[in-house]
Design a protein around this ligand. Structure first.
Ligand SMILES: Cc1cc2nc3c(=O)[nH]c(=O)nc-3n(C[C@H](O)[C@H](O)[C@H](O)COP(=O)(O)O)c2cc1C
Length: 505
């Protein structure tokens, strides 16, 4: 059968040892896009004063919650001195530190935030109100009347400025843009819980309508997720999501033979939604939570990962989580020393079992697009108490199931394009998906959903590791097919993303 465009894009953007040299281009620093969006006119709402404020009145409290919510989602959290201008790092990590994601805020209109469109100006932690007309109803229509938009008064919209990332990573940047945004979504989800907002992730919307509503130049920037944020101070009886976060798009079986350099933009167009489509009617396909884990190999070593949850409380509820988000950094080098199996268990527990954190005021069922499509494999090279090798992680059974026995350090170094992080990590986590099956359910748009969900899981892995004082870094550049061959991951599983865990140097 002919590949759909998402499969074609995935195949064409694989890194392979034979071709990677011809695909790598030198960087022209003079053309690097700015990671900040500027507006010439608009009303500025400064969010900084509320970070320190101790005033107790309700208005101040609301601003304080919004200010912390945005800071912990995507605010600046570190300054790095360079030869030129200083570089700022943010609460969410980003491949190459290029920050393709923008956050907009849409207000339905209240006494504090007049109706209209705002852009979160990360650099100075302000909101700029750049369009004062009420656009809420248009957003509802573009999101097929998602029920969370009936209740929420504000919504965040994340977009991607493609060239910020494509400047460095060319066509493969599309993958990184969605992984980056997935990390950001995890922060939004957790920062929402910390500050009394319940964010709902809407991945199915009419792209062109949202781009028009935001006045985006669609050649440069496109909407990625719409996130109605229900204020839990007002609506404590949260609405339950009876509506899926993800809906299908077309499956494109006919497309031109495009040259390199044009795949990213085309992939975005081919994954657009233009009209409402139902999910396929087959109930087995639609069940969001399959009862069993996908792989169960007979006679393999099985290790339980059941454990106590991580404690996110320091002196106040979730203050340990806020502190972790604000101090999170990607580790640049591991010592090669071992993790312990209990540390790995705790990281997996936080990442895959949000329901274990209900009594710590975290949402037991945070939104994903469709987690049932994503699988997890772990290459263990240095975990005290766990035999070396490659394991399938069965989240429902809370079990590691060994599929290969071997120390893969040298191979992991090679698979991660020679990055020492792969070699020196104690555990390397791979998120994968059966692309063909995923496309049957959601059309080509699933390519977006899969990378968003993999990034979301990646950020939970990051935060859990940082809380345990371990080192962690994402890796989005790897020799795709070799990963399957070397580690014994089934061929149908396309590798989406890697997270390395270890002891930071
Ligand atoms: C999707 C994604 C891919 C990444 N890939 C790599 C990588 O291949 N190698 C690496 O050293 N760091 C990688 N990183 C980490 C970034 O370099 C890091 O997030 C960025 O420099 C900002 O620093 P911070 O995470 O400390 O805030 C990746 C991060 C993300 C989110």
């Amino acid at each position: 059968m002919v590949d759909s465009f998402a499969q074609h894009y995935h195949q064409r953007t694989k890194y392979d040892p034979e071709t990677i040299a011809s695909k790598s281009q030198g960087l022209d620093w003079s053309t690097q896009p700015s990671p900040y969006k500027e507006y010439k006119i608009g009303t500025i709402y400064d969010l900084k004063p509320y970070l320190q404020s101790t005033k107790q009145d309700p208005d101040n409290h609301w601003w304080q919650r919004l200010s912390l919510f945005l800071l912990c989602s995507y605010g600046l959290t570190a300054r790095v001195q360079t030869m030129g201008d200083p570089m700022y790092l943010r609460a969410a990590p980003s491949a190459g530190g290029l920050y393709p994601a923008e956050i907009y805020l849409v207000s339905r209109g209240n006494s504090l935030l007049p109706a209209g469109l705002y852009n979160y100006q990360v650099k100075d932690h302000t909101l700029i109100h750049f369009w004062a007309n009420d656009v809420w109803q248009n957003i509802q229509v573009a999101c097929f009347m998602h029920p969370a938009l009936m209740v929420a008064d504000i919504a965040l919209i994340t977009t991607a400025v493609f060239n910020r990332s494509a400047w460095r990573y060319q066509d493969r940047a599309y993958r990184r843009i969605f992984l980056d945004t997935g990390h950001l979504l995890a922060n939004i989800e957790l920062a929402g819980s910390m500050n009394g907002f319940r964010p709902y992730f809407v991945g199915a919307f009419v792209d062109r309508s949202i781009n028009d509503i935001l006045y985006l130049n669609a050649d440069e920037e496109g909407a990625v997720t719409i996130i109605p944020c229900v204020d839990l101070d007002i609506h404590s009886d949260k609405i339950t999501p009876s509506f899926p976060s993800a809906l299908p798009s077309r499956t494109n079986l006919e497309y031109p033979d495009l040259p390199d350099g044009q795949l990213l933009k085309y992939c975005h167009e081919m994954t657009e939604i233009t009209t409402f489509r139902q999910l396929p009617a087959n109930p087995a396909d639609v069940d969001p939570v399959p009862l069993d884990d996908k792989y169960n190999f007979p006679f393999c070593l099985k290790i339980s990962t059941a454990t106590d949850p991580i404690d996110w409380q320091d002196n106040l509820p979730l203050s340990g989580l806020e502190d972790t988000i604000l101090k999170r950094r990607s580790t640049r080098s591991f010592t090669g020393a071992e993790l312990t199996i209990d540390e790995l268990r705790a990281i997996l527990d936080f990442t895959y079992h949000p329901a274990h954190y209900t009594n710590q005021h975290l949402d037991p069922h945070p939104d994903y697009f469709d987690l049932s499509l994503i699988e997890t494999f772990i290459a263990v090279s240095g975990v005290k108490g766990l035999e070396e090798g490659c394991y399938y992680y069965a989240p429902r059974a809370q079990e590691l199931r060994q599929i290969r026995f071997k120390n893969f350090r040298q191979e992991l170094h090679y698979l991660c394009l020679g990055q020492e992080l792969g070699r020196d990590a104690g555990a390397v986590i791979f998120h994968t998906a059966d692309l063909k099956k995923a496309i049957l359910k959601y059309g080509d748009r699933v390519y977006r959903y899969l990378h968003l969900d993999a990034g979301h899981l990646g950020q939970r892995l990051n935060l859990a590791a940082i809380r345990l004082e371990l080192g962690v870094s994402g890796i989005a550049g790897f020799f795709d097919d070799r990963v399957n061959e070397v580690l014994g991951i089934p061929d149908d599983e396309a590798v989406l993303y890697i997270t390395t865990l270890g002891r930071a140097r």
